[in-house]
Design a protein around this ligand. Structure first.
Ligand code: NAP
Length: 311
């Protein structure tokens, strides 16, 4: 392995065993799902790769194509008892690896398997967005910034919410059209309606969960699509209740998203190559500072992806 990247999920897996309650983890336990490296050696029967190939991990090794299915979710990387990328020399089934665009370096490739693919699938597989449609990206973490880069490349009108004006300024540099500080403007749905002449957004990358869903339903347009992706603000006990009547009145769609397939990954790589999109890496740490990086992620200090590098 040459580099691995962190996802919010990794902090949950390490602390709680996963999103579905599991027994607490005991060492030794190798975590992390997203990484890139070079093939050192191949076993008999391996047909996809040769020694020296540059590869990155595949989040769902058993989901090759088509719609999601229970058996395709089995063996997701980075969970207790499953394969993972968080070591210098790792052994993988060839289905758990894939190539990636030549123009990306190993640190960049290590950010693709989960965050990038999730954003890609949510915006360009599950829904048909058209240039000029308004999309909302919540926050400035990994999924949100991939969503922003894809949306700008596709000619979508982007609104980014963040707790930090400094981070919003960086989003403007990435091409974001409208910026809302959700701390200064907790009722950010009203601001979305103002920006869109009362229409709302056609798509929302819902990353907060219970703490943001009510605002998202206020901000979504008639017939709009809310991609239910994250739980970053799920602990907010005072969150307003989910409004079924708002959804009904707006004919809005809520779609759960769980990463994507190898086929979707290939589609995403085509777009990355065509637009020469380089992932936004907020910071790179030596792998020995994994704990520092994980704490920084939990504190929400980062912008985009956090990467750990092996020497
Ligand atoms: N369903 C899937 O397949 C899938 C795949 C990947 C990730 N996820 C989930 O998606 C979420 C994001 O993952 P990630 O890896 O991109 O996380 P991340 O990089 O840790 O994102 C952290 C950022 O989220 C923003 N944030 C926190 N609370 C917010 C709120 N109330 N409103 C708006 N933004 C808020 C903050 O941005 P600011 O600092 O700018 O405020 C924070 O810096 C996580 O819940 C993760 O578990 C799901």
């Amino acid at each position: 392995m040459r580099a691995v990247s962190l996802n919010y999920r990794d902090t949950v897996v390490i602390r709680l065993g996963g999103y579905v309650p599991a027994p607490p983890q005991t060492a030794p336990f190798i975590p992390l799902s997203d990484g890139a490296g070079v093939v050192e050696s191949v076993g008999r029967g391996c047909t996809h790769f040769a020694v020296g190939d540059r590869v990155c991990s595949v989040f769902f090794p058993n989901w090759h194509a088509g719609p999601p299915a229970l058996e395709k979710r089995r063996g997701a990387l980075g969970l207790p008892g499953a394969a993972a990328v968080g070591g210098e020399l790792m052994l993988f089934d060839e289905d758990a690896l894939t190539g990636y665009p030549d123009f990306l370096n190993e640190r960049e490739a290590a950010t693709l398997p989960c965050a990038a693919l999730t954003a890609w699938r949510a915006m360009f597989v599950d829904v048909s967005l058209k240039p000029g449609d308004t999309v909302i990206l919540q926050g400035t973490g990994g999924v949100a910034l991939f969503g922003l880069q894809f949306a700008v490349a596709a000619g979508l009108r982007t609104i980014v919410t963040s707790s930090s004006d400094a981070k919003l300024a960086r989003c403007k540099d990435l091409g974001a059209a409208h910026l809302i500080n959700y701390r200064a403007t907790p009722d950010w749905a009203q601001e979305v309606l103002r920006i869109t002449d009362g229409q709302g957004a056609q798509f929302i990358m819902e990353l907060g969960g219970r703490g943001t869903l009510a605002q998202s339903l206020d901000a979504i347009a008639m017939g709009g699509h809310v991609a239910i992706v994250g739980v970053l603000a799920d602990t907010d006990a005072a969150a307003p209740p989910f409004s079924a009547s708002t959804m009904i009145a707006k004919s809005a769609r809520l779609q759960g998203v769980s990463v994507g397939s190898r086929e979707m990954f290939a589609g995403m790589c085509k777009a990355l190559s065509h637009h020469q999109l380089s992932p936004v890496i907020g910071a790179t740490y030596p792998w020995t500072e994994a704990a520092v990086a994980l704490r920084s992620m939990l504190a929400g200090e980062h912008f985009g992806k956090l990467v750990l590098e092996f020497p």
